[in-house]
Design a protein around this ligand. Structure first.
Ligand code: NAP
Ligand code: ZN
Length: 351
């Protein structure tokens, strides 16, 4: 298969800064949509991957999986998109399409292994996939999302990963009126979880380690914001919450949060601390509680989430940067110094 060269930003080894490089994108196939990337968010998963936190990072790596762009070409069999449309790509760019999970629209659990937008084996070109820190992306239309109208397109980019990762469990565990939802960590995922859970009608309690985020959490819509290091404040929420979404990116104690669940409540992990977490048996046996997890969301659900956010005027709070500042942004993300998502203006990469 032929490729077309495109500019990108990536790194060739762990601990090395990202620099400009050239990658090959496949030429447009019958079902493909090619887009010029306008904006790309920076997710903590990009940081985990360039640091090889989980092992298995393939170098050179071009991160980026919160991609919005404008369609520049479509294949002969494409029916959903035309040149000039806005389009988006999130975490999933392919899957087997026939296993029970793909058929059920939960492609993220595909039996044969989903192809992620970066650092995944590329079934068509060989090698591995390259993400959105680049000029262009080419994706099968089946895995390409339609972008509804947003006032600020850059601020909508983080919905493609952070948004769906919290929307999916909020839907699955039925956030809504009468439900008390806890959110741990006010970062890229957590701040969108506050907005989405509120829009669903839930009562939202957030837990943060950062005193300067307490007032902000209320501005974002939280009903209560708790400094998690303050055990007196924590005690007040004992056995209060129907479920909790845990977005923390590093090792932390989940037991103190399990005890805030009502009977039959669930603590749903979406954060990916590289280290193992310990769960005390009595904290789940008592009250028949569940310790669960959730991984992004399927393509149809991602489209549903985009429509929901457009309808409720939900976008991320962002700090827009040029690609040349991406290494500083990663350092700041590592130091928990971003409110609340970096988004790269990809025009800064030049032609
Ligand atoms: P982020 O913006 O860095 O937010 C993480 C938040 O966790 C921070 O803002 C901070 O909130 C809290 N935190 C960080 N270090 C902590 C520590 N040592 N102890 C306690 N709290 C700490 O990251 P993100 O982009 O939202 O991603 C969060 C996690 O989700 C990452 O691990 C990422 O890889 C993972 N993720 C998973 C999926 C999935 O499908 N499951 C999808 C996307 C991302 P406070 O300052 O409020 O305490
Ligand atoms: Zn992500």
């Amino acid at each position: 298969m032929q490729t077309k060269e495109t500019k990108a930003y990536g790194t060739t080894a762990i601990e090395q800064p990202l620099t400009e490089m050239t990658i090959g994108r496949r030429t447009v196939q019958a079902h493909d949509v090619e887009m010029e990337i306008l904006f790309c968010g920076i997710c903590h998963s990009d940081l985990h991957q360039i640091k090889n936190d989980f092992g298995g990072t393939q170098f050179p790596i071009v991160p980026g999986h919160e991609i919005v762009g404008r369609v520049t070409a479509v294949g002969n069999h494409v029916s959903k998109f035309k040149v000039g449309d806005l389009a988006a790509v999130g975490c999933i760019v392919d899957s087997c399409r026939h296993c029970e999970y793909c058929k059920d629209g939960i492609e993220q659990f595909c039996d044969e292994g989903v192809t992620f937008s970066f650092n995944s084996n590329d079934k068509l070109l060989g090698g591995h996939t390259f993400g959105g820190f680049s000029k262009t992306y080419v994706c099968d239309e089946k895995y390409t999302l339609k972008m509804p109208q947003f006032d600020d397109l850059a601020a909508a980019a983080p919905l493609l990963c952070a948004g769906i990762t919290v929307y999916s469990p909020l839907r699955h565990w039925q956030a809504g009126p009468g439900k008390k939802v806890g959110i741990i960590g006010i970062g890229g995922l957590g701040h969108l979880a506050i907005k989405i859970a509120k829009a669903m009608g839930a009562h939202v309690v957030v837990f943060t380690t950062s005193p300067d985020k307490i007032d902000d959490a209320k501005r974002l819509g939280a009903d209560k914001a708790v400094l998690s290091k303050d055990s007196e404040q924590m005690k007040q929420f004992g056995r209060q919450l129907h479920f909790i979404i845990d977005t923390v990116s590093a090792k932390h104690d989940v037991n103190s949060y399990l005890n805030l669940l009502r009977h039959d409540g669930s603590l749903v992990l979406v954060g990916l601390p590289p280290e193992q977490l310990e769960v005390g048996a009595f904290n789940i046996i008592h009250g028949r509680r569940s310790f669960a997890g959730s991984n992004i969301g399927g393509i149809a659900e991602t489209q549903e989430m985009l429509e929901f956010c457009a309808q409720h005027n939900i976008t991320a709070e962002i700090e827009q940067i040029n690609i040349q500042d991406v290494n500083t942004a990663f350092k700041r993300l590592e130091n928990n110094d971003v409110k609340y998502r970096f988004v790269i203006d990809m025009s800064s990469l030049g032609n």
